[in-house]
Design a protein around this ligand. Structure first.
Ligand code: GLY
Ligand code: MN
Ligand code: MN
Length: 414
């Protein structure tokens, strides 16, 4: 992506922080997987959002002192011996081009620079990305840094940059939307391939492999998340990922998948019959889910809240479950639908930012109603990705086959 995007992201963050502050963001590092291997590295998304750099270890420092701003990226000093094993690391001129930051220094200069800043007394606040998932998790690199900072420089106040950056990330710029569209287009073609290759008595993983092969062929480096390929009863388990059952004649298969392009994600669910023909009962349930999907999408526009969409979806699914003969009281829908209607989508598949508030132009949201009837081996989810526009919305996944007729015709080459 053009470095103008990262420059603009940094400017927005610098506007939000108090004067006489610095922001320190870490790229992160690959976690150890086994004795001889690490997990594949993926950059901290807030660091990436501010820099476009996707290598481990580098650190970004932004400062605003007496309203004057300054930006420095500290990169790993190239190590010729290590480079013989792991390949070249980022160079100063490359870092400048990618980030649009003029001052690039080496990491071994960082602590001296920081010490000078802190003892000068000019820095009142240090903003760090203090995201935490749970109380039990180990301390992140940033939290260890914060702990050290508290011990060494008692006069500086530690602030959390996480929510500030999350609020920025909720609104996507044109370049980000382009990346999401690319991920969606490749995912859509991958879904078509799955529909074409699907046959009774394959294993779920065997069919899934066509998607893997296709997106890799398109240059995709990673998935948005682990693909869910859930046939029959498995489709009623929301996070079924073992994908090792046999595709049985007469069953449906639910795919929930996404390609990732430059760390921007697609998130699509489609459900189709293994043998290419829905049964009457499967059609009824599918039409119910589709109706909720389409009604909720039609409500999406700036000003409506996610909470309103979610409440409406619950109500509609309750009504559909009554029509399907599953329940008598629409408030009992939770037996057959047990998640929310969607989430923000971007650099994270479940993207950051406050979730329940007003929708604004530039947000991207998933709409993913489902009905899961374990006793009938039927689980159906239909998930689209929707951009909120000035006057309404654009369904970014509009080319992904969705109606019963289109699915059956496509699967049967009609
Ligand atoms: N694939 C995860 C989700 O749809 O939210
Ligand atoms: Mn999904
Ligand atoms: Mn989703």
């Amino acid at each position: 992506m053009n470095n103008k995007v990262y420059i603009s992201n940094r400017n927005k963050l610098l506007k939000k922080i108090s004067d006489n502050s610095i922001v320190i963001l870490f790229a992160g590092e690959a976690k150890q997987k086994t004795a001889d291997e690490k997990y594949a590295f993926t950059p901290n998304r807030n660091f990436y959002y501010m820099t476009g750099v996707h290598e481990e270890h580098h650190i970004l420092v932004l400062e605003k002192i007496n309203k004057k701003v300054n930006e420095v990226l500290y990169i790993l000093r190239p190590d010729p011996v290590m480079e013989k094993w792991n390949g070249k690391t980022l160079r100063k001129d490359e870092a400048k081009n990618i980030t649009g930051i003029n001052e690039i220094k080496f990491l071994d200069e960082l602590f001296n620079d920081l010490n000078n800043k802190f003892i000068s007394g000019k820095i009142k606040n240090v903003y760090l990305d203090l995201e935490r998932r749970s109380y039990e998790d180990d301390l992140t690199e940033t939290q260890k840094f914060a702990k050290n900072l508290r011990d060494k420089y008692a006069n500086v106040q530690i602030e959390n940059a996480y929510n500030l950056i999350a609020e920025l990330r909720k609104i996507k710029c044109a370049e980000e939307i382009e990346e999401i569209k690319k991920a969606i287009d490749i995912t859509t073609k991958g879904v078509e391939l799955l529909m074409k290759k699907c046959k009774c008595n394959m294993k779920e993983y065997e069919l899934e492999a066509y998607f893997d092969f296709y997106i890799k062929q398109q240059g995709v480096k990673d998935f948005a998340f682990k693909t869910i390929a859930a046939s029959g009863k498995n489709s009623t388990v929301l996070h079924y990922v073992s994908n090792d059952s046999l595709l049985r004649d007469g069953d449906l298969i639910l795919f929930d998948l996404g390609a990732q392009i430059n760390y921007y994600n697609a998130d699509i669910s489609r459900t189709f019959p293994v043998n290419g023909k829905f049964t009457e009962r499967q059609k009824e349930v599918y039409e119910s889910v589709l109706k909720v999907n389409e009604t909720i999408i039609s409500m999406i526009r700036p000003g409506i809240t996610f909470l309103e969409l979610n409440n409406k979806a619950n109500e509609l699914i309750g009504e559909e479950c009554i029509k399907l003969g599953l329940i008598n009281n629409k408030n009992d829908f939770k037996k057959y639908y047990y998640h929310s209607i969607g989430h923000s989508l971007g650099l994270d598949t479940h993207d950051v930012g406050e979730r329940w508030g007003e929708l604004k132009e530039g947000m991207v949201l998933t709409v993913e109603p489902g009905i899961y009837i374990e006793e009938e081996n039927i689980g159906i989810r239909i998930e689209d990705d929707v951009l909120i526009t000035k006057d309404g919305n654009e369904v970014l996944t509009k080319n992904c086959i969705k109606s019963i007729k289109d699915i059956e015709n496509f699967m049967n080459n009609i």
